[in-house]
Design a protein around this ligand. Structure first.
Ligand SMILES: [Zn+2]
Length: 329
């Protein structure tokens, strides 16, 4: 894949290409934007361009360097991500140690750090030291959804490249090669993807994601009894962390839709295929009850990030959501 094939991020890519053309590459970049808009692909492609034997502003995709990066087996391409908790100091120590080695075969050693908003304090401080004196011929690309959780001192040492959600027409352009644009499925995916190409493609290709949404919405549409709440929390214990996060995002989108409808913003509703049910429920809730429900779900997402007991956290969430309802059974 070349820069040219990354959809909807022309501005970000132009900045990177201009720097390559001017040979003024920064030691550290921060790619910021929602998940699924092309940050990871752009980072990999930037690594390819920096090491491509053709030396152009886009990857040739034919040379041995481009092909090794495509297969993720180039010795000068390294990555770090949060696994089982935040990024730890040992991972940054490895970066420091290996950055001091000479290059194996490329022109730049590229470190891609995903989940850059998830550092331990120690790891963040250690990375800061690296960024203060970036090793020569090393390029560090930090990837994050938001800036808010990064240390200001780290932010100030990186060149920030913004990745935006795609417009509806850009998403429709991608969808039309897979489904008829006037089909309910295309409309639903366009809304659910919210400008994220990766999400649109996942929704097209992985039926399980839409099935999980259906099941979650079915729980929200009814009034759960206490027994059902306890059962549901048990059942959800078996979900992977990605599935659980998606499930909570569906719940979040439901309450946001209810609040949006209360404020008369019908066109912004995400779950538009459930409009009748949403309108019915939105009349029953107060705006403050809905704001509270949104806070409850957001807090639950944070708590699960701390690896608290999944079952207890989910039970607590459902019980609190019941309290937000106008009438509790
Ligand atoms: Zn190449």
């Amino acid at each position: 894949m070349s820069f040219e094939e990354i959809k909807g991020q022309e501005r970000a890519i132009r900045i990177l290409q201009n720097e390559v053309a001017a040979e003024s590459i920064s030691g550290a970049y921060l790619f910021i934007g929602p998940d699924g808009v092309g940050k990871n692909l752009a980072a990999l492609n930037f690594a390819k361009v920096l090491n491509c034997k053709e030396g152009m502003i886009d990857s040739c995709d034919r040379c041995s360097s481009c092909q090794k990066i495509d297969r993720l087996c180039h010795p000068d391409l390294r990555s770090i991500e949060a696994k089982e908790g935040p990024i730890k100091i040992e991972q940054i120590r490895t970066l420091k140690r290996e950055s001091a080695y000479s290059l194996y075969e490329g022109k730049k050693k590229v470190w891609i750090i995903r989940d850059a908003d998830k550092f331990t304090q120690e790891a963040a401080n250690s990375l800061l030291k690296v960024l203060e004196e970036p090793p020569p011929r090393v390029v560090i690309i930090l990837i994050s959804q938001t800036k808010e959780k990064l240390l200001p001192t780290i932010l100030s040492r990186c060149e920030t490249i913004l990745f935006s959600p795609l417009s509806s027409s850009q998403i429709r352009e991608i969808l039309k090669t897979h489904v008829p644009l006037d089909s309910p499925k295309a409309r639903l995916i366009e809304k659910l993807a919210r400008g994220r190409v990766g999400e649109a493609i996942l929704l097209l290709e992985n039926k399980e994601v839409l099935n999980l949404r259906e099941k979650t919405l079915a729980n929200l549409e009814g009034n759960l009894s206490l027994e059902q709440i306890f059962q549901l929390a048990q059942n959800w214990k078996g979900l992977s962390s990605d599935q659980l996060e998606r499930t909570l995002d569906v719940i979040l989108s439901w309450f946001r839709d209810l609040l949006i409808l209360k404020q008369g913003g019908d066109e912004w509703v995400i779950n538009h295929d459930r409009m009748d049910r949403l309108k019915e429920q939105s009349e029953k809730y107060s705006s403050s009850g809905l704001s509270k429900a949104i806070e409850v779900v957001e807090a639950t997402k944070r708590y699960l990030g701390y690896r608290l007991s999944t079952v207890l956290t989910l039970e607590d969430m459902w019980l609190r959501l019941r309290e937000c309802q106008p009438t509790t059974i």
